[in-house]
Design a protein around this ligand. Structure first.
Ligand SMILES: *[C@@H]1O[C@H](CO)[C@@H](O)[C@H](O)[C@H]1NC(C)=O
Ligand SMILES: *[C@@H]1O[C@H](CO)[C@@H](O)[C@H](O)[C@H]1NC(C)=O
Ligand SMILES: *[C@@H]1O[C@H](CO)[C@@H](O)[C@H](O)[C@H]1NC(C)=O
Ligand SMILES: *[C@@H]1O[C@H](CO)[C@@H](O)[C@H](O)[C@H]1NC(C)=O
Length: 445
């Protein structure tokens, strides 16, 4: 029966005061069937290949970046994994006189050499994957291949590259380094784990060392449009719509024995929306988004970052502020600090708590078969200009399916002080009274 004496409740809300309504929830105390395990590197980072070394630091360590990774290691048990790639991946050629095949070969040679070097090895950094091609399903649109380029064309093309690259990178069935498969941009449209399998991608000796399938997702595009998108991004139904779209692909990948990741994702493509992507409310969206992804079978969510992008999770604040495309300084907070807390050592599984409310989501996390934490996010954005309406406040009545905890710790993610926080604030977010909005990215308070 129920044996915990300490139990943690992570309560999250964007609002306080007035207009209280009530919703009752029942939290299962034992791990529900099929609750997926939470990867300790669930929140991971994808970095644009262009200038990616700025993040790590070349001449000296980028201490801010290091600290934020170390924060995540302390909270979750592992630093984020890092993918370097994306748009600039297929356009990188250090010598234009060299053809693309040889360029890929030479690049792989350099990567393999770097990962064999004592400087990298001594830091415990390992090369998990080599990715050949970013979003090949879009090659017909972006001019990298012909207008009719399809899965049938892609499979032999990929295999030809892989045949050379596996030799250079030492990728075999038994090597640690494997190929990341797919890296498809967006939803199905004929390109998905099943169609790649049908065309034989995984059958060849080159394709067999693919261990993980990756797909990319943006919840829309901000290449044109306005910035009034924060509430849309935070909307519970939209978050679910943008993740469950991959449920069949995740299920197919799992059935075929692959790990499945969102290898590149964030809010809106074209590098995020001013006023939407890096604001306080985006931290709430990030929590619900990653856990919704876990629910449909995603093992890691790689948030995309690049120099000057509006949706960066982590950035050296002082040096790069001027590079923000919308010309506003990089906003604190860094939403990555809302990584779902888990026990650093024990396996943690996660399960959605049914909340019969269109704007409140709930998640339970379980260790050793028992409830350990629950998190609630109130996803209604309270924005400047809505002062004439009451701040939305919901009372969540907690019930348990058997007995209940003797003790709880409640933490709140608060925006601003009691009466003056807005979902689009750039700063003033605290978590259990602590802040990560510090020059060095370390927690204070
Ligand atoms: C190299 O890229 C060009 C397009 O820039 C493409 O037509 C050609 O097929 C590619 N070569 C290989 C070996 O993939
Ligand atoms: C791909 O295109 C080629 C010709 O451009 C066609 O023969 C083939 O059937 C197409 N394959 C698929 C899966 O649509
Ligand atoms: C890979 O391609 C390069 C450049 O085209 C060539 O020199 C090398 O021999 C190839 N290696 C293998 C293992 O195919
Ligand atoms: C994805 O999110 C966007 C932005 O909030 C929303 O407009 C869109 O409807 C969502 N898509 C789905 C399939 O739910």
């Amino acid at each position: 029966m129920f044996s915990l004496t300490r139990w943690t409740l992570l309560a999250i809300t964007t609002a306080f005061l007035s207009a209280v309504t009530a919703v009752d929830v029942i939290i299962p105390l034992n791990t529900p069937a099929n609750a997926p395990l939470l990867s300790k590197s669930l929140v991971s980072i994808s970095i644009e290949q262009d200038r990616w070394t700025d993040w790590a630091g070349i001449k000296s360590r980028n201490q801010f970046f290091y600290n934020t990774f170390d924060n995540l290691r302390a909270l979750a048990g592992s630093p984020p994994h890092v993918r370097v790639g994306a748009n600039s991946e297929d356009r990188t050629n250090f010598d234009p006189a060299i053809k693309n095949f040889t360029a890929a070969y030479l690049m792989t040679q350099s990567i393999a050499k770097a990962f064999r070097s004592p400087a990298v090895k001594n830091k415990g950094i390992v090369l998990d994957f080599v990715e050949i091609g970013n979003e090949p399903n879009l090659y017909a649109l972006n001019g990298l291949r012909g207008l009719k380029h399809n899965v049938s064309d892609y499979v032999p093309d990929w295999t030809a590259f892989a045949s050379n690259i596996s030799g250079v990178a030492g990728i075999t069935l038994t090597s640690h380094t494997k190929f990341l498969g797919g890296s498809l941009g967006g939803g199905r449209h004929g390109w998905n784990p099943r169609s790649l399998a049908d065309k034989g991608l995984f059958d060849t000796s080159e394709g067999k060392p693919i261990s993980t399938i990756s797909q990319h997702r943006y919840s829309g595009s901000f290449c044109s449009g306005d910035g009034a998108l924060l509430q849309s991004l935070m909307t519970k139904a939209h978050i679910r719509g943008n993740t469950t779209i991959f449920a069949p692909d995740a299920a197919d990948a799992k059935a075929m024995g692959f790990r499945y990741v969102l290898g590149e994702t964030n809010s809106l493509s074209c590098h995020g929306a001013p006023g939407g992507s890096s604001r306080a409310g985006a931290a709430l969206r990030a929590i619900d988004y990653v856990l919704s992804a876990v629910k449909i079978g995603v093992q890691q969510v790689f948030f995309h970052d690049g120099i000057g992008y509006k949706y960066n999770l982590l950035l050296k604040v002082s040096e790069d502020a001027a590079l923000q495309e919308d010309a506003t300084p990089f906003p604190s907070p860094q939403p990555a600090h809302v990584h779902p807390q888990s026990n650093r050592k024990r396996p943690t599984s996660v399960s959605e708590i049914t909340v019969s409310h269109p704007k409140i989501s709930g998640w339970g996390s379980y260790e050793n078969g028992k409830l350990k934490r629950a998190v609630y996010a109130h996803l209604r954005a309270y924005l400047p200009g809505s002062e004439s309406t009451a701040r939305p406040v919901e009372h969540v009545g907690l019930g348990f399916d058997e007995g209940g905890p003797k003790e709880m710790i409640v933490k709140r993610l608060a925006i601003g002080s009691n009466a003056n926080g807005y979902a689009d604030d750039k700063s003033g977010v605290t978590w259990g009274g602590q802040t990560y909005e510090t020059p060095d990215g370390r927690v204070a308070g």
